[in-house]
Design a protein around this ligand. Structure first.
Ligand SMILES: [Zn+2]
Ligand SMILES: [Zn+2]
Length: 117
C-alpha cells in the first residue's frame, strides 16, 4: 500500500490557501503507483528494499574477504589432557587445495586445545 506524497493546492480555486500533502491511496499501474486524485506517479519499490539489499551484499563481502573459513561447533571427543568428553571444535580450511582441513578442538572442561588433521 502506498500513499500519495504529492503537494497539491488545498483549494484549487484559491491558491492563497497553500499546499497540502495529497495523501490519497495510490493504485498500482504497471511498474508505477498512480494517484487517482491528483494523477501523481511514483516508481514501485521503496528505500527500505534498497537498504536490505546493500546489507546483504556487505555481509557476503565480509565472508569472502576471510582468508580462512572457520566454523565453530561442539562435539563429543575425548580430551587427551583430562579425558572430558565434550569439546568445541573449529574447522579451518585453507585456500590451497592440497592442504587438508584442520580440526582444532578445545576442551570444554580444562580449555586444552589440540589439532587433528
Ligand atoms: Zn495524489
Ligand atoms: Zn580437558
Amino acid at each position: 500500500m502506498k500513499f500519495c506524497t504529492n503537494q497539491i493546492p488545498v483549494d484549487p480555486k484559491d491558491p492563497s490557501k497553500g499546499l497540502k500533502t495529497c495523501g490519497s491511496m495510490m493504485t498500482p499501474k504497471g511498474g508505477m503507483f498512480v494517484c487517482p486524485v491528483c494523477g501523481a506517479e511514483q516508481a514501485k519499490g521503496n528505500k527500505s528494499d534498497v537498504i536490505t539489499t546493500q546489507a546483504k551484499e556487505r555481509e557476503i563481502t565480509v565472508l569472502e574477504g576471510d582468508a580462512e573459513a572457520a566454523v565453530q561447533s561442539k562435539t563429543t571427543v575425548q580430551c587427551p589432557e583430562c579425558g572430558y568428553m565434550e569439546a568445541s571444535y573449529t574447522i579451518r580450511q585453507t585456500r590451497a587445495a592440497d592442504e587438508p582441513e584442520t580440526m582444532i578442538y578445545r576442551c570444554l572442561k580444562c580449555n586444552h586445545t589440540w589439532r587433528e588433521y
